[in-house]
Ligand binder design. Structure first.
Ligand code: PLP
Length: 379
């Protein structure tokens, strides 16, 4: 066997192919259960309703509406709030495409605010400077390890009469100042796409809101504007963003283990941060320590020589990943919405960010190998 083979054989993947291996029997079980159920309901049935109820109980008071994905959850919220052509929505300049394309999709304009250089979440001062009479909503996102500064963003939204949409797609289970992610905004969202912390084998999302009128509207919009009682009576121009019963059954079965898996992610992240803190003086900066308002969907370092670090890790059998290589306003699809502007912190984050594996079934030995690989990067 060559050295290369050895490295390949033992490489720690960033996207683990065995994500659902421990739950394979559960998956086969729920497929059989739903497939043989005399009710033959495959979408929006009683399993979806129970799943919504379980998440509602996690969060306390808010309503939870299951839908087709985290992206359509944002679209449903924007539509339910009446955000439309001529409106502006302030979003972070660094993050994933749905922050911009859902706003453009309802005909409104995303206005990109720069981010905090260390936590990588939207900078509330930068956001406030962009408020105009056309601003309808503020849509911050929690990024990888750190929740956005929701107390200040909530105050900002209140001060200017804006709706606050919390993109909490990566932060399910996180808590800031005693208040769960998803419940800080007028509405929040979670995503269950495979790679997310509570990902499943397929697509799905939820809208979370304490605004009962908004919840009622979202519930109608997700199923072609029908009210759930009168079939084929379309009160609103809706869309198809429904939830799958097999996914609901699977998520119900895995939900009891979620807190433990999130705790394991947090434990791994705390270990990384403790060991990497001395590297900050040498151009490799870990996310801020602490536990309040932290979520570990992804663990992201900022490295001055990011591409060198990535190569170094690969040579040591550790896969890493760049989330995200370009700021949103530099994307060909969104640049027209942001003809001028400069987002120095978002641009630097795109150049320096590098994410390490942080999934809960990493063994302690693997965590140590990843840690040592980063620490051995020549500085
Ligand atoms: C994943 C993600 C989404 C979209 O969720 P999907 O279920 O993939 O549509 C939205 N916002 C953020 C911040 C995300 O990470």
């Amino acid at each position: 066997m060559t050295t290369t083979d050895t490295v390949t054989d033992t490489t720690i993947p960033f996207f683990p192919p065995d994500l659902f291996e421990a739950d394979r029997d559960v998956l086969l079980d729920v497929v059989r259960e739903v497939a043989t159920d005399p009710a033959q309901r495959f979408i929006l049935g009683e399993r979806t309703a129970r799943f919504e109820e379980v998440l509602r109980a996690d969060l306390g008071s808010a309503d939870v509406i299951a839908c087709g994905s985290g992206t359509t959850a944002l679209t449903l919220v924007l539509r339910a709030m009446g955000v439309t052509a001529g409106d502006e929505v302030i979003v972070p300049a660094f993050g994933c495409a749905p922050l911009a394309n859902t706003v453009l999709g309802v005909g409104a304009t995303p206005v990109f605010a720069d981010i905090d250089p260390h936590t990588l979440v939207i900078d509330p001062d930068a956001a406030e400077a962009l408020v105009t009479p056309r601003t309808k909503a503020l849509m911050p996102a929690h990024v990888f390890s750190v929740m956005a500064d929701m107390p200040r963003l909530r105050a900002l939204a209140t001060r200017h009469g804006l709706r606050l949409i919390e993109d909490s797609a990566v932060a399910q289970g996180a808590v800031l100042e005693g208040r769960p992610a998803g419940t800080w905004g007028d509405a929040g969202v979670f995503s269950f796409v495979q790679v997310k912390s509570f990902g499943g084998p397929g697509e799905g999302g939820v809208v979370v809101t304490g605004d009962l009128e908004l919840a009622r509207t979202v519930r109608m919009l997700r199923n072609h504007g029908q009210d759930g009682t009168h079939r084929f009576r379309h009160h609103l121009i809706g869309l198809n963003s429904r939830f799958d019963e097999i996914l609901a059954a699977f998520q119900l079965r895995r939900h009891p283990g979620l807190a433990g898996r999130l705790a394991r992610r947090a434990e791994i992240a705390a270990h990384y941060t403790e060991r990497f803190t001395p590297l900050a003086a040498h151009g490799v900066v870990p996310p801020p320590p602490g536990t309040d308002g932290r979520c570990y969907y992804v663990y992201t370092l900022l490295a001055e020589r990011r591409d060198d670090l990535k190569r170094h890790l690969a040579a040591h059998g550790v896969e890493s990943h760049v989330y995200y290589p370009h700021p949103l306003p530099h994307q060909p699809a969104f640049a027209a919405a942001a003809p001028d502007g400069h987002w120095p912190h978002a641009e630097r984050a795109a150049r320096q960010c590098l994410s390490l594996p942080v999934y809960p079934h990493l063994t302690d030995a693997q965590v140590e190998r990843i840690t040592e690989a980063v620490l051995s990067f020549p500085t």
